[in-house]
Design a protein around this ligand. Structure first.
Ligand code: UDP
Length: 312
């Protein structure tokens, strides 16, 4: 029997890659998205396939799916800082009410549920690198609080359904991820830098660019999520690439890769922007035998090809 998988946020960056992965694994995939940040172009190639079904639906409202379900992967949410500034209430609702609805669905269907949590649960971290036992440093009422606190609530709700109702749950804490299908104008560093470099505009480095991030290529992330789903581990697991770099250095790498004449300009650093971020992936290595395989030069090259195509 084919496994039946519900993926929320199916038309988004990560959701669409997960749809591809589960189709490749010979599953029946139900993709769900309300398309406020998703893009049907990301899954248009799957639409003719009869093993793929799409529902245009907001998971903050009651979720109905007919028949059996084996797995639910909850990836619906605005996920870039400018998106959650524009859509604070939707961001809070999809992480809280949406998660509650989907956990209820998982319980009713006896399905295993994996939620997309985030390195943002660590906030502007005071511990470096971040391991899963760090509780974080989050400003609940700052501009990022709507995302961070929704995701922290999501983890708490998921653990409660696990311990109280016995629902099989998995929690992945996703660190910065990049690759094809990122939205060109989603405001995050890599789409911004690539589009600015390709179009010869100034590269907007926020602050002095000394803040760090650790960028994971999307195929590595999908591989880690798949392994976590199939494991029997219910506590949170970091998935990300631990190779850390300053934002200024990423901007310079992209200028060089694209052979661009763009110049870096420094603009104001957004409030509560984390100064450092690097995953401790010991747990993923030990439990899942997972390590990232794609290095930044290869990943950036593939991502460059994508942005060149969509911007042409
Ligand atoms: N950033 C930047 N210029 C941009 C967009 C982002 O310098 O045009 C910085 C941002 O301030 C942060 C880092 O790049 O320090 C990563 O930002 P992103 O929005 O990609 O994700 P975050 O890790 O902050 O959620």
């Amino acid at each position: 029997m084919k496994k039946k998988v519900l993926i929320t946020g199916a038309a988004g960056f990560l959701g669409s890659h997960l749809c591809d992965k589960f189709m490749d694994e010979n599953c029946h995939v139900i993709g769900m998205d309300n398309l406020i940040t998703g893009d049907m172009n990301n899954i248009s190639h799957l639409m003719p396939n009869e093993e793929f079904t799409f529902y245009h639906h907001d998971v903050s409202k009651f979720v109905h799916v007919p028949g059996d379900l084996d797995y639910i992967l909850h990836f619906a949410s605005p996920a870039s800082p400018i998106d959650y500034l524009k859509m604070p209430i939707q961001t809070l609702k999809v992480g809280s009410l949406g998660t509650h609805n989907l956990l209820g669905l998982a319980k009713a269907k006896n399905a295993r549920m994996l939620i997309a949590s985030t390195s943002e649960v660590y906030g502007d971290p005071l511990v470096h690198p971040q391991s899963e036992d760090y509780w974080g440093n989050v400003n609940p009422i700052g501009p990022r609080g709507v995302y961070d606190e929704a995701k922290r609530f999501q983890e708490a709700m998921t653990m409660a359904y696990h311990t109280y109702h016995g629902v099989e749950t998995r929690i992945v804490r996703i660190f910065n991820t990049y690759g094809p299908r990122m939205r060109v104008n989603d405001g995050r560093a890599l789409p911004a830098f690539f589009s600015q470099a390709i179009e010869g505009r100034d590269i907007t480095v926020f602050g002095d660019g000394s803040q760090t991030r650790s960028f994971c290529f999307v195929s590595d992330l999908v591989d880690g999520i798949y392994k976590l789903l199939l494991s029997d581990y219910a506590l949170p697991v970091n998935i990300g690439n631990p190779v850390e770099i300053t934002i200024k250095d990423v901007a310079e790498e992209i200028i060089e890769l694209t052979n661009s004449s763009s110049k870096i300009i420094n603009t104001e650093l957004p409030k509560d922007d984390p100064k450092v971020r690097q995953p401790d992936i010991s747990k993923a290595k030990e439990l899942l035998g997972w390590v990232p395989k794609v290095d930044r030069s290869e990943g950036l090259q593939i991502t460059y090809e994508y942005f060149k195509r969509v911007l042409s």
